[in-house]
Design a protein around this ligand. Sequence first.
Ligand code: C2E
Ligand code: MG
Ligand code: MG
Length: 796
Amino acid sequence: MHSKKLLNPQDWPMQVKMIVSIVAAQVGLAVMLVSAVVHRSDTALEMYTSNLQREVDVLLSSIITDAMLKKDYALLQAVLDDSLRGRSINMIKVMSPTGTLIASSGDLSKLDSIRTLEQINSVNWNTEQDVYKKTEITLAGQTLGVAHYAISLSEQTAGRRKLITQLIIIAALCTAATVGLASIVGTRLVRRVRNLARVSKLAMQGKLNSRVVVNSKDELGQLGLTFNMMIDSINERFEAFNVSERLQTAYLNEAKNERARLTSVLDSMRVGIIFVDINGKVIYVNQSANRIWCDSLPTLLLQPGEHHIDERDLPDGRIIFETCHPVYRDAQTNNGSNKKTSQLLIGSVWVFEDVSEERKTQQKMQYLAERDSLTGLLNRRSFSDALQGQIASKTNESMALVFIDLDNFKIINDLYGHEFGDQTLLDLSQRISSMTRTSDIVGRIGGDEFVILVRDIQDQDMPSWCDRLLLQLTSNATKSDDVGKQTTCSVGIAFYPRDAETADTLIAAADQAKVDAKRVGKNAWRAFQRHAERDAEKMQTLIWADRVNQALRDDGFEVFLQGVHNISDGSIHHYEALVRMPDQSKPGTFFSPGLFIGHAESTGKIIELDQWMIRNCIRILSQSPDCVPIAINMSAISLDDENLPAFVQSQLTEFGIDGHRVHLELTETAALSDIQRAKKAVQALKALGCQVCLDDFGSGFASLSYLKHIDADYLKIDGLFIQNIESDLENQVLLRAIIDIARQSGRLTVAEWVENEAMLERMRGFGIDLAQGYHLSRPAPAREVLKLNDVVSQSS
Ligand code: C2E
Ligand code: MG
Ligand code: MG
């Protein structure tokens, strides 16, 4: 390899190249010099020979012409021998014009081999020593003969050779001297270049300590200096590079740690995460994403920067909720001297969540919330919503609401048990469903109450439809042979928009029609009729009774509290609980009890309502141990219920509440409706530790006399009484009498509806003990008044 390299002159060492070049130049010079000298000497020799030949020709003409003319060949021979010998002529022969040898001198044997001047000129002078010439001897135009002779040039050619030899020697010596000198200079130069090459090689190997030794300021010295500066500069940059590399390594390690932490966080997440770069290439996939997509990622086609939310239904039944958000990072741009930070879009992040279970649960919850658990039909609320939706859609379609009530269901339940009752209801629901079209809506809105919204039906079609319905509902019902178990239904029908314009009133109208059907002997159907006597009041009662029912079923009442204050210092002596019914049509607003208490009393639902209040007030007391007593309003009907004291006791026991913390306010009417039963109930309640108040005291004449029977702890004087006290002198007298009696019998007095400071002052003046009214505090939700976190009401 090495020797191969050396074959290529380009790879020769510099010194060799230099010497070879110098030698080549010298040799070329010498060759040129020698050839010039040879040429010059050859020209000179030629001229010399030519001149000599001319001289010889002249001489020959002069000396042999006479002998030739006379044909004196002996003389000619003698002339030739004597006259020409000693000259440069080596040999000569004279021939007659006829070609006969007349005379000769010298050794003629070589004459034929000697070349003429012209021949020699065309060859060279190196080996020649003689020159041949043929010349005619003429006289007056007559050829006397021809002379052939050879001139010797041995001295001249010897001199020429000597000259050339000397020249070659001189050229060789010069060359040798130049080579020697060049080698010395070259060696020195090459040594410096080698030094440079060695240091460069070391630098290339990363050994940057060596420097080129610089002794002169010539080009090589300059080169050395520049090279050293370059090494210094490299050293500096190398050092800077090392620092930056160390920093980069530290940053890289930190970035790796950060990435490891991030990856472990992302991998531990339940949601699947995929990062996609701006070209749509997937950059990162966490473990959950691989698990969700079973290692074959979905197509993620979206324009860069787009937001996206969707749900995918997978063939395996799973539901995947997916979102995609663009990902930006801070980017700094240099705008002259201003550095600006902007947001650079670097891709998108896809988040996937397997929501199959949630959706199933949601569907289940929704189903449970919307459906009746026994029959699977819509429950009251969702039926009402559906009906409202239908009415709101304003399709002008005429619809019929069919209200179906199982006759004597309570008796069936009591006689044959709940299981049979449930089976009967289930059977009925299936029969009802079999009568409906897919566009109809069916619901179970009460224990034994079913409704069907029959859509797009005309009045005249209804009678036959209802006959068929009754037949369907009663034929072989419950498949029992026991005649007692046979069930019948009463059906009421109301038409929209003819009979009612809202969902509530439509249901109420159908309900009313059902009542008519029952009245005519059950197992019948009746359409709603607007009788003059069936006034709005009745309808209102139905609507409100329905709302109360629904609120009781949905636990939809709210407990409000209003403070009853000590008149002396304004501190709260106890709270009065006031029931509120949320108005579903206007969230955040409530129906006041004045709107529904009366209806609840007339339908008997007041007992359940009062029990709901008792249970929830006692619950509130249990959640707020420091709360002052709460007074709960009791209607006459509740007081009539012999279970009331036992119910109160059970609630006190269940929540571990002392009876002293519960007061019961009995309206005067309640106390007066059945005084003996009320007396008993009050005694039982007082035995539990509860205090009793006679509410709206003074509004009737019998108030004072009934004080004898009801052992009330305090009397709450009617608000209307209080409001008119300024103007009504009689009332003032009566009030003083009430206060006196109360004092004498050790009872406290409360003034309600105290609406201003003057009124309060007035009541103080009268000697009232407690005051209640907007001036002191307004009724507010119990959880706000007592700052309870969670007053979840629960009916018993
Ligand atoms: P009430 O027991 O006499 O309750 C006092 C009524 O006066 C409350 O009306 C209260 O908001 C109102 N009121 C309080 N301060 C003022 C005032 O300064 N000026 C005026 N004008 N009114 C004031 P609310 O809450 O509408 O209750 C009305 C009635 O409904 C109650 O009269 C009570 O008889 C009955 N009620 C309330 N809650 C229940 C309950 O849970 N069960 C029963 N059975 N009846 C209840
Ligand atoms: Mg009251
Ligand atoms: Mg009152």
